[in-house]
Design a protein around this ligand. Structure first.
Ligand SMILES: *[C@@H]1O[C@H](CO)[C@@H](O)[C@H](O)[C@H]1NC(C)=O
Ligand SMILES: *[C@@H]1O[C@H](CO)[C@@H](O)[C@H](O)[C@H]1NC(C)=O
Ligand SMILES: *[C@@H]1O[C@H](CO)[C@@H](O)[C@H](O)[C@H]1NC(C)=O
Ligand SMILES: *[C@@H]1O[C@H](CO)[C@@H](O)[C@H](O)[C@H]1NC(C)=O
Length: 480
């Protein structure tokens, strides 16, 4: 249980860098010609469950920690003003690539995992897909958690012909790599990072660039496979040592944050300026796979663009606000419960007034700043008042659902531009234990940011259009 908390904290620390930038390394995809379009069988990847019995309350506590961290980072950033601009190249391209994405529930985490191949020849990993991170990193040779247990899978930089360390004197290192070490004994020394966590755990390593292997999807590959290509110049942290059990359930983190060293901005710059993901039910088995797609969402986007739901996607401006970086902010206009608008002060959704809302793939339960939390919980609980209450910390409202024959009131989040998110009831009145459901939102400090977590995002396709600054979404079954 503690270990999962640590993992989330770890991700948060990664997410909190003051600035990020790319090294200037080029990124291009080279299609490999003359190869059949069939994908090779995927290597079987096993994860060590961090906490097999992890419960929703555990995740709620993890989320609360993550939220406290996000909030403190944004407060700090608002004082110093970010130096970053969101920058993606304008290269338009019809092609796309997709990476398999699945729920990490089987390891006891509230994260989603993506399969990622990096290096030449390619080495496969399972990484947390995190919109709140700006540095992608993997465990490296020699990595250990301080308990003597070596990770099962490590990135062997020395075995990769395309690995190139970044020098500690480079701009990328000094200005943009989060937590890079100030010490740089000789200009060509590797750029080292040292993340320290408040619980005493740490991750240390060096930053370089390498090539990711991607499976291009296009009209020529309807089977979901595709030509393999290399995406070069991906900024990659090679975590050589870590203390604590923070990082047990994955091999590292795939950064999808709004930062110019993140994998998302790197890949989106080459593939149409956008990426999308479809999150399967957070409790789905590991074989329920959807995709993280760069470029226009296709069938690989998880049935999103296909016939099952012909409705058009809703869209709202994506606020690539420096003050919120690397997080993705959206403007919430209103929240409705059972068709009625709740009375929530507009400041709660206003970044300039200490509020604002972000969409985060690395937070499970949605966290609402106090005024919004109070209003939502009051409206929902009023309509569930007939049910027997059960107490289950840290949730305020839980119910014995064994005999419930009650319709859960609809929840609707209205974003700027009349985009309406109407999540399924299971996304906000969540299964917390057998026969028990809880109002699955948490209270966040006010003033402070609200976070739309991945449970509220499940069963939807989300498209982050970084170039044109739109967030598009639509309800869909994600698993193919
Ligand atoms: C990253 O951002 C910085 C500052 O916003 C900018 O100067 C730099 O050119 C960017 N790098 C790339 C590769 O986009
Ligand atoms: C400086 O970095 C080197 C590794 O590059 C490390 O061995 C050394 O301990 C560091 N010194 C300090 C004072 O952090
Ligand atoms: C996942 O595996 C189970 C059996 O282990 C099977 O019943 C189910 O259909 C599979 N689901 C998918 C999406 O492949
Ligand atoms: C829910 O209520 C049923 C009886 O109606 C009872 O048997 C069961 O133990 C209760 N569950 C919880 C978690 O309180």
């Amino acid at each position: 249980m503690a270990s999962r908390g640590h993992l989330l904290l770890a991700l948060l620390v990664l997410a909190s860098s003051s600035a990020a930038a790319a090294s200037g390394a080029r990124h291009q995809a080279h299609g490999r010609r003359g190869k059949p379009a069939r994908p090779r069988p995927r290597p079987r990847l096993e994860l060590v469950p961090a906490a097999p019995g992890a419960s929703l309350p555990d995740r709620a506590r993890d989320d609360a920690r993550r939220h406290a961290y996000i909030r403190s980072q944004l407060l700090a950033a608002s004082r110093t003003r970010g130096r970053r601009a969101a920058e993606v190249g304008a290269s338009a391209s019809a092609s796309a690539f997709a990476m398999p994405l699945s729920s990490g529930a089987y390891t006891g985490t509230g994260q989603y995992f993506v399969r990622f191949r990096v290096g030449t020849p390619a080495q496969p990993f399972v990484l947390v897909a995190d919109t709140g991170s700006d540095l992608t990193w993997v465990k490296c040779s020699g990595a250990g958690d301080g308990t003597g247990d070596a990770p099962r899978r490590v990135f062997r930089a020395a075995a990769s012909r395309s690995w190139a360390p970044i020098a500690c004197s480079s701009d990328t290192c000094t200005s943009y790599v989060p937590f890079s070490l100030a010490n740089c004994s000789s200009p060509a020394s590797p750029c080292a990072y040292d993340y320290r966590y408040n619980d005493g755990s740490a991750a240390r390593g060096v930053v370089g660039t390498d090539s990711a292997t991607i499976a291009l999807s296009g009209s020529e590959s309807r089977d979901g496979g595709g030509r393999r290509a290399k995406l070069q110049g991906v900024v990659l942290g090679c975590t050589a040592s870590y203390d604590g059990q923070s990082f047990q359930s994955s091999d590292g983190v795939l950064s999808l944050g709004n930062s110019n060293i993140s994998f998302a901005s790197r890949a989106a710059a080459r593939f149409g300026g956008r990426f999308s993901y479809c999150l399967v039910d957070h409790l789905a088995p590991r074989n329920a796979t959807s995709y993280l797609t760069f470029g226009p969402p296709g069938p690989e986007g998880g049935a999103a663009a296909s016939s099952s739901s012909s409705s058009a996607a809703a869209r709202t401006p994506l606020l690539l606000d420096r003050r919120m970086s690397p997080f993705y902010a959206v403007a919430v206009d209103a929240v409705h419960v059972a068709g009625e608008a709740l009375d929530i002060p507009a400041d709660v959704w206003d970044v300039a007034r200490g509020g604002g809302a972000i969409l985060d793939s690395g937070t499970s339960l949605t966290v609402l700043a106090t005024p919004a939390y109070r209003a939502v919980v009051a409206a929902l609980s009023e309509r569930l008042a007939g049910l027997p209450r059960v107490s289950m910390d840290p949730f305020e409202y839980c119910y014995n659902w064994t005999a419930a024959a009650l319709e859960i009131p609809g929840l609707e989040v209205r974003f700027a531009g009349s985009a309406r998110l109407q999540p399924p009831a299971k996304s906000y009145v969540v299964d917390a234990a057998p026969g028990v459901k809880c109002i699955g939102v948490q209270e966040g400090a006010w003033p402070g940011v609200s976070v739309i977590g991945n449970i509220l995002q499940q069963d939807h396709l989300w498209e982050f259009d970084l170039r044109d600054r739109w967030l598009r979404f639509k309800h869909t079954r994600c698993a193919l």
